[in-house]
Design a protein around this ligand. Structure first.
Ligand SMILES: Cc1ncc(COP(=O)(O)O)c(C=O)c1O
Length: 422
């Protein structure tokens, strides 16, 4: 088992000259274990090929956009059909209205839809609409939650001023008292409460939403006139065929979507209730590529498949097979690995691993065995995975646990990561 990385290294060397830091954002150099490929050459179904041609079962799914399998033939055919007819034009194609109608028919809180490109566009629009709707400034966010890379929400402080982050109050996710305290602190200036569909922060165990917390967030917004925003950019359609908080019976006023809604083609969405329609029609938001028709056609086909197929039930069944199999193999090898979050979006952290040495070493051993996992970020299953893929993953895991037992991991990745975020 020895992987080659000569093409990857050559690309890294060239990138170091012409791309700041060699790469940026969540792809920045050094965020995954040494030896992980930076560059990829191909992706199909559940599999990903690195620049040197080695193939992996991919549990990152492009950090979310791949839901039905890479290069899905039906979705891509819809994309190409529209691309050949007209894509970026002087105005939108009719497919924009089809897509808005389809979203409104699937997502129960939504009466209208707006489309943009990235999740950050959608979350930033939600913030602006909430302020336009209420005439107030303050937004409440959960500590550690990720809502994008704009100055108001980026996790890295370089270049960001206190003014960019003004009018924000932080609470603890799933902690009603902390949410109530934040609402009290906002006084008569509360514009919005943002909520992740579940706690899917990096580096820490994930937590499902406490229904009582979600209901209290709804009540507090109703009492104060603020808007409730569910940020479904990452989890949307991986938890439900509706907004993810439909599983706890709470309807937000706004929800933000992105990542997988066109199975990898570039489009995101903001959905809203009638209450916020007037404010949404008053703000100025746009982009040169926001009306691109081909990703909209891909989204229409993706949503049709989500509505008509058993993709979600398959994801859950595969996720349970993975979780149970890993727990068994970790236990047999004498490791205690915490698997948190919904089974279809798992995060793995080892007990007694404060600086992630075990997690990094185990992930590297998985990569060596053809499985791409992440040591500190939640992962994603896709509907192109099969039971055989899960079993291949479990066989690799058995080897990776054995490897971990025999080698004292020497990496100290946490200091490097801490330096990145501060
Ligand atoms: C919950 C959540 N919100 C917003 C975003 C921002 O999306 P994008 O990277 O497409 O701008 C992300 C991206 O990971 C996300 O996970």
């Amino acid at each position: 088992m020895s992987r080659s990385n000569s093409k990857d290294q050559e690309l890294r060397d060239r990138a170091a000259v012409v791309i700041p830091g060699g790469m940026y954002g969540h792809q920045s150099v050094g965020l995954v274990p040494d030896g992980y490929p930076q560059f990829f050459s191909k992706a199909e179904g559940a599999r990903l090929w690195d620049a040197d041609g080695q193939v992996y079962i991919d549990y990152m799914c492009a950090y979310g956009p791949n839901l039905l399998g890479y290069t899905h033939p039906g979705v891509n055919a819809a994309y190409v059909r529209q691309l050949e007819i007209g894509d970026t034009m002087t105005g939108p194609a009719g497919v924009m209205v089809d897509l808005a109608e389809q979203f409104v028919s699937m997502v129960s809180h939504a009466d209208w839809a707006m489309f943009c490109k990235n999740g950050t566009d959608a979350t930033s629009m939600a913030m602006v609409i909430a302020r336009a709707h209420t005439g107030r400034k303050t937004i409440i966010l959960a500590k550690g939650a990720y809502h994008g890379s704009a100055p108001w929400c980026t996790p890295r402080p370089a270049g960001i001023t206190p003014q960019d982050r003004a009018n924000q109050i932080y609470c603890d996710y799933n902690d009603i008292a902390s949410l109530e305290a934040a609402v009290a602190q906002a006084g008569d200036d509360l514009a919005a409460v943002f909520a992740a569909p579940f706690k899917h922060d990096a580096f820490v165990d994930q937590a499902l939403p406490d229904p009582a917390y979600a209901r209290r967030a709804r009540e507090l917004c109703d009492q104060t006139g603020a808007l409730l925003v569910v940020d479904d950019v990452r989890a949307g359609f991986r938890i439900a065929r509706d907004c993810s908080w439909s599983v706890v019976g709470v309807k937000p006023d706004l929800s933000t979507w992105g990542k997988c809604i066109a199975n990898g083609h570039p489009i995101s969405a903001l959905l809203g209730a009638d209450k916020a329609r007037a404010a949404a029609s008053k703000i100025y938001v746009t982009g040169s590529y926001w009306y691109q028709a081909a990703p909209m056609a891909a989204a229409v086909e993706t949503l049709r498949i989500l509505r008509d197929s058993d993709y979600l039930e398959r994801l859950v069944s595969l996720g349970n097979r993975l979780r149970n199999g890993l727990a068994e193999r970790a236990g047999a090898a004498g490791f205690s690995m915490r698997q948190t979050g919904p089974v279809q979006m798992p995060l793995f952290l080892f007990d007694e691993d404060p600086d992630l040495r075990k997690g990094f070493a185990w992930s590297s051993a998985m990569l060596e065995r053809g499985i791409y996992v992440h040591p500190w970020h939640n992962m994603f299953l896709c509907a192109a995975m099969t039971e055989a893929d899960i079993d291949q993953t479990l066989a690799a895991a058995e080897g990776a646990f054995k490897h971990l037992a025999g080698v004292a991991p020497t990496l100290g990745p946490v200091e490097k990561l801490a330096a990145f975020f501060h």
